[in-house]
Write a protein that binds this ligand. Structure first.
Ligand SMILES: *Cc1c(COP(=O)(O)O)cnc(C)c1O
Length: 444
């Protein structure tokens, strides 16, 4: 299958080119040329299938032409080495818990899949060295990733131990929580953490400059693992199908509304792809924090990106959501079509805190600040007869200080997180000057 750019100014790319490049040469986002509908038999039998079986069928529709079946199956099964249960919260509202992976956030799915796919391509290229393709050079691939917290841990853990790949995580000194920091600074092996004297934007600038530096690119193979990569965002479609299957098992799949706490909109976009593949979802709701650029777009038809503001649901503090271009492309830039399928909501920190505390005290279910936006949107917008599922995108313990402050009680830390916290922090101090970062990379 080929991938085109949302800007329409770049040549079609193969899957491998799209994955290695991340962003198209015209700065657009890659889209698969086809989104195949899955057959009726698949939907008829979906309730009896496992998460991995379902995911393999979905993966085959996108990647089956490019990856041998056995390899793809292995990649999918190895990626999804954990569950994503739908848990009833109250009334017609359910939580799709996407925090059972190694770093307790949904980004584990995309990061693990991408790491394994890239690992497969590298292995394959090193076997077929003489094949002629401009992205094919042999040798180690270096993944550069800037993080304000969650992305770094998901990417670092997703790529941990994958042969042929080295990951450099750049994070702002003193700006990520201790729990987040230990998830990417204690790993060792093929993961190096760089503690940057600056803010997140500095980290991002260093990474972007590195990709544009000719000398550096001649010296080493560089790639990114950010959320716009097709290998990270498409696999997120898997759990929408699995959520449907679980609702169907309970006879509650009739009028399904899925609510997605959104920042860069990769997660929602994957759900829209699932819908395009025939998954019977009645409608979607995108829940925003105060960074409500998408919500405003739904209201007015105008897209006005602006600087992000800090909130307690900080993984959604995005002022110019990158996957918006994919949503526009998917619906032919029709505001009316987008509004028919997707509703919006926006909440202040006070409302998020109120929802988190109230839901906990009333039902015993502990939300994280992102999931709280999703829960609240369903509680306000669900119509009679509809069943709602919101994506619980991270475990509340990842935001322990915030959550404990809100519920006035202790949050138990899952064993997986405790294990990270027992590790020894190792990171390389780095200034925010590109010359220093470049000199470091040239020397390793
Ligand atoms: C990344 C993230 C989001 C936002 O997801 P997008 O795909 O960027 O919209 C929401 N919640 C958590 C916990 C996240 O880490």
């Amino acid at each position: 299958m080929h991938y085109y750019s949302t800007n329409q100014q770049a040549p079609l790319a193969s899957l491998e080119e799209a994955v290695v490049r991340g962003l198209a040469t015209d700065k657009g986002l890659y889209m698969p040329e086809q989104i195949k509908k899955l057959p009726k038999e698949f939907y008829d039998g979906i309730a009896e299938m496992s998460f991995q079986e379902i995911a393999y069928r979905v993966a085959d529709a996108f990647f089956g032409e490019d990856i041998p079946a056995e390899e793809l199956k292995h990649i999918v099964y190895d990626t999804l080495a954990f569950d994503a249960p739908v848990v009833h919260v109250d009334g017609n509202i359910h939580s799709l818990e996407l925090y059972h992976g190694p770093t307790l956030a949904f980004k584990d799915v995309g990061a693990r899949f991408m790491a394994r796919l890239l690992g497969y391509f590298i292995k394959n290229d090193n076997v077929n060295e003489n094949e002629d393709c401009n992205v094919r050079q042999t040798g180690e691939v270096n993944v550069l990733v800037a993080t304000s917290g969650d992305t770094g841990s998901a990417v670092a853990n997703g790529f941990l131990g994958v042969e042929g790949i080295h990951v450099y995580v750049l994070y702002p000194k003193g700006k990520v929580s201790a729990i987040q920091e230990c998830q990417f600074t204690t790993l060792g092996q093929n993961i190096t953490a760089l503690e940057v004297e600056g803010v997140f934007d500095d980290c991002q600038r260093l990474v972007k400059s590195a990709f544009m530096d000719a000398e550096l690119n001649a010296h080493m193979r560089l790639t990114s693992a950010n959320s716009i990569n097709v290998a990270r965002f498409l696999p997120q479609a898997f759990y929408y199908f699995y959520a449907y299957a679980q609702m169907k098992r309970q006879g509650k799949e009739g009028e399904l509304v899925i609510c997605v706490p959104s920042g860069n909109f990769g997660n929602l976009c994957a759900g829209l792809f699932a819908h395009r593949m025939g998954l019977p979802i009645k409608r979607f709701i995108a829940a925003n924090n105060r960074n409500d650029i998408f919500y405003q777009y739904l209201q007015t038809g105008e897209y006005n990106p602006r600087a992000s503001v800090q909130t307690i649901a900080n993984a959604m503090d995005v002022g110019d959501p990158s996957n918006f271009a994919r949503i526009l492309d998917l619906y032919g830039h029709s505001h009316a079509d987008i509004c028919r399928l997707i509703g919006g909501a926006t909440y202040t920190d006070e409302q998020i805190a109120e929802t988190l505390a109230d839901t906990y005290h009333r039902t015993g279910y502990l939300l994280d600040p992102h999931g709280a936006c999703g829960y609240r949107a369903l509680s306000e917008m669900l119509q009679p007869g509809e069943q709602g599922v919101f994506l619980e995108t991270a475990h509340p313990a990842k935001f322990r200080d915030t959550v404990e402050g809100i519920i006035k009680a202790e949050v138990a830390i899952p064993e997986k997180l405790q294990a990270f916290m027992r590790g020894t922090k190792q990171s390389v101090p780095m200034t925010a000057q590109f010359e220093d970062f470049k000199a470091y990379l040239m020397s390793v």
